[in-house]
Write a protein that binds this ligand. Structure first.
Ligand SMILES: [Zn+2]
Length: 689
């Protein structure tokens, strides 16, 4: 074992470099000290140091690196720029709900969740891109919120005292503080939490706040880790006592069928009865983090493992091939023509990011990638100026129709500004930026013999700048994953230093290989984190090669889906886009099929690689675009005459295997997200028709 030789800079020396300039100024880009080894900026203090859980909180398996430590590169950077150039970067210019009259800017307009939702994604997007125009947009809301806090501690529009939208704004404020170190944030949060501690006994959580209390817990524990104020633990316990008991709901899960409006008595309760809220898609997406986050307070291993139980139940009774559970907008069963709401996609991703960090369970990373690389981009137009409310794995038409939604309206799968309802318009912005921030995490040493380390939790091109064991670390991940299977991570510590680097090996990656400086390491096991504990020197390279053979998975009525790496592949139906109406700077669109889509696949599900031809290309300027799809497949298929559509929705795939005497054709499959009309769950042809 090589001895640790600390050359330069140590953490103290590194801060010395910054001199007397405040953390806030540094993070605003007013100082940019250079690191000799990589000739790139050192992290600012607010983004350098990972924060560990403070006692008596239980330790997390991994901790998030502070916002700004992980930055997008390669295709992911292009994707974030597309988002910034699309609706995210212009929403306030064209949608009054977050425009100049927003209640969160002191106006008389929308004064509930939409301003905070927007900020929850705009803040990380703006700072990850270091985009001054977007930062200025975000600062208007941040400044108004921080500068207009009431003497009582209440913040936000005075016309509305609902706890729920403030839960969202707290998430935006904690990210903003990590990016900037703005000294106003922590006192404002302390004042607000003290008010809530006093008020909750008299004015308890209700409806949305009652079912989403675990998201406030994140901000409370964030503050506790910085101040150590024991009253915050008291507040956490109050929220737990008043909030919905998600662990109990899933310990004996009853909602195993498609939920109907009649079942939840939608008319009587205005959608806000406990039954409606307990079966609501977005609430369930947010709920997945509840057990792990609460386990930090309770210390209970049962609470910690509750997330795996939750996702297992959701997948068993409502799981879809794109990684989502159905929710349109209540839990909707296994038919791949049911939809999933965009809010649920981004909230489920956020829950999985926290579940992965706290539990260290590798399969949460698999699930996170499945959402990020399929369901998330699949529900936007390529330019991210229009999105759906509901997306379907078997989405054969996007038009005004009533079916097949459980409780949603006829515009639900249109691509537009605010199809069906505007929550997703305000909330979608967090998806890509928070995924970026979660790519690498921090593993705290559990005892004196260990060192703090880094964890590759999910894979996409990025750069990391942080400080480990007093040494500045710069890490570069170069890859065109998920389209292709090789990943190179260059490790550049400021001086040679020992630390563990943990690499997530997905469940599908049997046969993955890892090499360090061209020297292979023992084969890593799927569904684990492969740990490499060594002295790292600047220029060291880790090469990961994932097997990218096509695979199959089984779904509703024994239908079959084709996967490769974390990508789902779909038949891209011909699309005719018809504008329904202009919507300010964007528009609402219907999409109609231009050809038939009712194919069954002729493959052997146990060895699909024998019959599927894969073609790889370079990633284009829009990574998930149908034009120039970076990877495609050819597969044999036949049409199935009696698989039809009704009211714009494909009927469930007929029970496999099916027979067909129609001519054999060769279908081209493309990444799920590339086909805005698509079939993803196919019937399987009987071998001898
Ligand atoms: Zn929504």
């Amino acid at each position: 074992m090589a001895s640790l030789i600390k050359l330069f800079p140590t953490r103290r020396e590194f801060f010395g470099l910054l001199g007397s300039v405040s953390a806030f100024a540094a993070s605003q880009g007013l100082v940019a000290p250079e690191i000799a080894a990589s000739a790139t900026p050192l992290p600012s203090p607010s983004s350098a140091l990972p924060i560990k859980n403070r006692t008596p909180l239980a330790p997390s398996a991994f901790n998030f690196l502070p916002c700004g430590a992980v930055r997008p590169a390669g295709w992911l950077l292009e994707q974030l720029k597309i988002q910034a150039n699309g609706l995210s970067g212009h929403l306030d210019e064209t949608w009054p709900d977050v425009g100049p009259n927003s209640g969160w800017l002191g106006g008389t307009g929308e004064s509930w969740e939409r301003g905070p939702y927007f900020l929850d994604g705009l803040v990380p997007l703006a700072w990850l891109l270091d985009d001054e125009r977007l930062k200025a947009k975000a600062m208007r809301f941040i400044d108004w919120t921080l500068d207009n806090q009431a003497p009582s501690g209440m913040f936000g529009p005075s016309t509305n005292n609902d706890w729920w939208p403030r839960i969202v704004m707290l998430k935006a404020l904690t990210q903003y503080h990590e990016f900037t170190g703005d000294p106003r944030v922590i006192p404002a949060m302390q004042k607000y939490f003290q008010l809530q501690l006093d008020e909750l006994p008299k004015r308890p959580l209700r409806d949305w706040g009652k079912f989403r209390w675990q998201d406030e817990l994140l901000s409370i524990l964030w503050l506790y880790n910085r101040t150590g104020s024991s009253s915050l633990i008291d507040l956490a316990r109050q929220l737990h006592a008043q909030g919905h008991d998600w662990m109990a709901e899933y310990a004996n899960f009853q909602y195993t069928q498609r939920i109907t409006a009649e079942f939840i008595r939608l008319d009587a309760g205005n959608g806000l009865s406990d039954l409606a809220l307990a079966t609501h898609g977005v609430n369930n997406g947010q709920a997945v983090k509840t057990g792990p986050v609460w386990s930090l307070v309770s210390g209970s291993p049962v609470d910690r493992s509750a997330a795996l139980k939750m996702v297992t139940e959701l997948e068993k009774f409502h799981g879809l091939p794109n990684g989502m559970f159905s929710c349109d907008e209540h839990l909707a069963g296994l038919n791949p023509s049911q939809g999933s709401e965009l809010c649920t996609v981004v909230e489920y991703m956020f829950s999985l990011e926290h579940a992965l960090a706290i539990t260290g369970e590798a399969s949460f990373g698999d699930r996170l990638e499945r959402l990020a690389f399929n369901a998330l981009p699949g529900t936007f137009t390529d330019d991210m100026w229009a999105h759906q409310y509901n997306q379907e794995p078997n989405q054969i038409e996007c038009s005004l129709h009533r079916n097949p939604w459980t409780t949603d309206g006829p515009e639900s799968n249109l691509y537009g500004l605010e199809p069906n309802f505007g929550c997703c318009t305000a909330n979608f912005h967090q998806g890509w930026p928070k995924f970026t921030a979660s790519l690498f995490m921090f593993s705290a040493a559990q005892d004196r013999r260990q060192q703090d380390g880094l964890v590759a939790a999910a894979y996409a091109p990025c750069e990391v700048r942080t400080v480990l064991n007093d040494i500045a670390i710069h890490l570069v991940e170069e890859t065109s994953y998920p389209f292709h299977g090789s990943i190179r991570i260059r490790v550049n510590p400021a001086s040679p230093t020992r630390f563990p680097l943990k690499l997530r090996i997905p469940a599908w990656a049997s046969g993955a290989r890892i090499a360090i400086n061209d020297q292979p390491v023992p084969d890593p096991a799927p569904s684990t984190f492969a740990g490499i504990d060594r002295v790292w020197r600047s220029g060291d390279q880790v090469e990961i090669t994932f097997p990218m053979k096509p695979r199959t998975s089984r779904w509703f009525h024994d239908s079959i889906a084709i996967e490769r790496g974390p990508l789902l592949f779909s038949y891209g139906i011909g699309e005719s886009w018809v504008k329904l109406r202009d919507r300010g700077m964007t528009a609402d669109w219907q999409v109609f099929p231009t050809n038939q889509w009712n194919y069954a696949l002729a493959i052997d599900p146990d060895s699909p690689e024998m019959e599927i031809a894969v073609e790889e290309k370079e990633i284009g300027s829009v990574p998930f675009a149908r034009r120039l799809a970076p990877v495609s497949m050819k597969v044999r298929a036949r049409k199935v005459d009696d698989w039809r559509s009704e009211d714009g929705a494909a009927n469930p795939p007929p029970q496999s295997p099916v027979r067909s005497t129609l001519p054999e054709e060769v279908l081209t499959l493309i990444p799920y997200a590339a086909g805005k009309l698509r079939v993803s769950a196919f019937p399987l042809l009987k071998k001898d028709p």
